[in-house]
Design a protein around this ligand. Structure first.
Ligand SMILES: [Zn+2]
Length: 276
C-alpha cells in the first residue's frame, strides 16, 4: 500500500482496531479524581453510580500490578468513559465498533456499551490500556506486537487474581493457547514475524472490508511474554523493552537475555505446538 492511501485509511483503521484515538472532549462530562486517575464520564446513572467504587478498586489493583512489575508508578492519567458508541466523539462520523484505546500515550478512552455495561469488564479493559500507558512512558516500548502481548498478559493475570486471589503462569499460558484457532504453528505466527509487523499488519486488517482478524496474534504474543516472565522473571522483560521497536527487538533481546531470541523462540514453539 502506498503511503498516501495508508494515511487516508489510518484514522478509520485506528478506531476499528480499538488501540488508538484521535479526538476526545470534556464537554458535558462529569469528573472524578483519585491518586492515579482523573475519570471523565458520561453523567448517567449506569456509570455514575459505580464511579467511586470502580476508581477505588482500580487504585488498589494498579498498586498490586505495579508491585508485580516492580515499578514506581507516579503517573496520573485521564480516563474517558463514554456510555454509548454515539457518545464517543469520533464515533459520530464512523460506523464501526469501538471498545477502548489509548490516545497520546496518556489518555484512556472506553465505551461502556461495547463492554456490555459490565463493571468487571470495564476494569479489565482499563487495566489492559493502562499497561499500554506504562509501556510507552516507563519503558519507551514502541513495538505493537510485544506491547499487545504485554498488555494482554497482565490483563489476564489481573483477571485470574480477581477471580480467586491467585494466578499461575502455566494456567495463563494454557489459557492463551486454548484461545488460539490453529492446529499447528506456521512461521507467520512465530514471534520473529509477529514482532516485526507494523500496526496494520499486527491488527491483521483486511483492507477491502476493514475487518480486523487479530485474535491469534494477541494470544500468541501474550503467551510469549508469559513464557519469558515465567522462565526469567519480569526484570529481564523490562530490560528487553527499553527503547525497543520493530527493527531492534531481536538485538535488544539478545543483549537482555542469557539465551538468544532464536533459542528461546524455538523452545516456545515447541511448547505451544505440544498444547495445540
Ligand atoms: Zn491493547
Amino acid at each position: 500500500m502506498n503511503f498516501k492511501k495508508r494515511l487516508t485509511l489510518s484514522p478509520f483503521l485506528l478506531i476499528l482496531c480499538g488501540c488508538a484515538f484521535l479526538f476526545y472532549h470534556t464537554d458535558e462530562l462529569a469528573v472524578y479524581e483519585s491518586d492515579h486517575f482523573v475519570i471523565y464520564y458520561t453523567n448517567d446513572s449506569k456509570i455514575s453510580s459505580h464511579i467511586k467504587s470502580t476508581s477505588q478498586s482500580l487504585e488498589q489493583d494498579l498498586d498490586w500490578l505495579c508491585d508485580l512489575l516492580q515499578i514506581n508508578n507516579n503517573l496520573t492519567i485521564d480516563i474517558y468513559i463514554y456510555l454509548t458508541e454515539e457518545d464517543v466523539p469520533y464515533e459520530q462520523t464512523l460506523q464501526s465498533t469501538f471498545s477502548s484505546g489509548v490516545s497520546d500515550g496518556l489518555k484512556i478512552i472506553v465505551c461502556y456499551e461495547s463492554l456490555k455495561y459490565s463493571i468487571s469488564l470495564l476494569k479489565e479493559v482499563i487495566i489492559h490500556e493502562y499497561m499500554h500507558v506504562i509501556q510507552y512512558t516507563k519503558f519507551v516500548l514502541l513495538n505493537i506486537g510485544i506491547g499487545e502481548g504485554f498488555a494482554t498478559f497482565y490483563q489476564y493475570i489481573y483477571h485470574d487474581k480477581k477471580d480467586d486471589g491467585n494466578y499461575s503462569y502455566s494456567g495463563i499460558f494454557q489459557f492463551f493457547i486454548n484461545q488460539v484457532q490453529l492446529n499447528q504453528l506456521s512461521a507467520q505466527y512465530h514471534p520473529e514475524y509477529l514482532f516485526s509487523l507494523d500496526y496494520l499488519g499486527f491488527m491483521n486488517v483486511n483492507l477491502s472490508t476493514l475487518d480486523s482478524d487479530r485474535h491469534n496474534h494477541y494470544f500468541l504474543s501474550a503467551s510469549f511474554v508469559c513464557y519469558l516472565v515465567d522462565q526469567y522473571g519480569v526484570g529481564l522483560l523490562k530490560e528487553w523493552f527499553n527503547q525497543t521497536n520493530k527493527n531492534n527487538f531481536i538485538q535488544h533481546f539478545n543483549q537482555a537475555y542469557p539465551q538468544s531470541f532464536y533459542e528461546v523462540q524455538s523452545l516456545w514453539i515447541e511448547k505451544v505446538n505440544s498444547l495445540l
